[in-house]
Design a binder for this molecule. Structure first.
Ligand code: SF4
Ligand code: SF4
Length: 279
């Protein structure tokens, strides 16, 4: 997996919040921090401050709007409590990393998946990387929200052997509410994806798109677009700690995680619409 940084969507359930911004961001790990406050006096931008809390240990807060990602604070921290999320790579550096695992690809029939964030948000880099991996004979997949100009989507997706395409909601208004963006362009690009090797994926989120009536509406939408297969991604809270490390509110801490077996009926309804739904 190669994780790109930067995404035009703001899904409420995002499990990689550090990949939404394209900037290098500093994460603060409260479990490692001794509250020595050394970092607060070092930042050239004045982006680091210590915040008292009435009934708990204080915390370091980074102003991500001011931070330039220089890394001075992280290098100075004696407890490695500060760390940068994201760094700049050349295409050659990423290819070199990927090819270290060539033996695994050969043995498993796998390859490299570009994920994010959103791979389509860095189209020049993504295209060059996919071309280089293709030249090296590596199987290439992308995981995408599908939001990009149609010409960009066409260019990037034509350089892959597999497109894993997230469809977040079947209803336009609810799609915008949950992700912050319209689904019009996404569905246009989904049609293009279906002309290639593509699998639709639904992140199933309690209270958002997990009713059985949602499954039926997804079934109708996907079939009308020509999809034959859909994967279900049950909601989990693996990203919760990263929200805290970024100083962001999570908002879904009280939402119960789903297990694959919770989605049996949901799956059956999609199958009744003629879609293959792997376990
Ligand atoms: S983040 Fe590091 S430098 Fe800053 S207060 Fe915590 S331990 Fe000290
Ligand atoms: S990375 Fe640099 S700019 Fe950002 S908070 Fe640390 S010292 Fe300040």
């Amino acid at each position: 997996m190669v994780f790109f940084k930067g995404c035009p969507l703001r899904c409420r359930w995002c499990s990689n919040p550090e990949s939404q911004s394209s900037a290098v961001q500093i994460l603060w790990d409260g479990s490692k921090c001794s509250r020595c406050r050394r970092c607060t006096g070092l930042c050239p931008q004045g982006a680091v401050r210590y915040e008292e809390a009435p009934l708990a240990p204080g915390r370091i807060r980074i102003d991500h709007g001011l931070c330039t990602g220089c890394g001075i604070c992280a290098e100075a921290c004696p407890r490695q409590a500060l760390s940068p999320a994201g760094r700049y790579y050349s295409v050659d550096e990423v290819v070199e990393q990927c090819l270290k695992d060539r033996a695994f690809y050969d043995e498993s029939g796998g390859g490299v998946t570009l994920s994010g964030g959103e791979v389509l948000a860095q189209p020049e880099f993504a295209e060059a990387l996919l071309a280089a991996l293709g030249d090296a004979g590596v199987h290439r997949a992308i995981e995408t929200s599908g939001l990009a100009p149609a010409a960009v989507f066409d260019r990037i997706s034509s350089r892959t052997e597999l497109i894993l395409f997230d469809i977040k909601h079947h209803a336009p208004d609810r799609h915008r509410e949950g992700t912050g963006v319209s689904q019009d362009l996404i569905l246009t690009n989904f049609r293009t994806a279906l002309g290639r090797a593509a699998i639709a994926r639904i992140p199933v989120i309690p209270g958002y798109n997990d009713r059985l009536s949602d499954a039926a509406a997804f079934g109708e939408l996907l079939r009308s677009l020509g999809a034959r297969e859909v994967e279900l991604l049950p909601f989990h809270q693996f990203g919760q700690n990263k929200y805290a490390m970024l100083g962001l509110d999570y908002g879904l801490e009280k939402t119960k995680a789903l297990r694959p077996e919770d989605l049996e009926q949901y799956k059956t309804i999609l199958e009744d619409h003629g879609l293959r739904v792997p376990r």
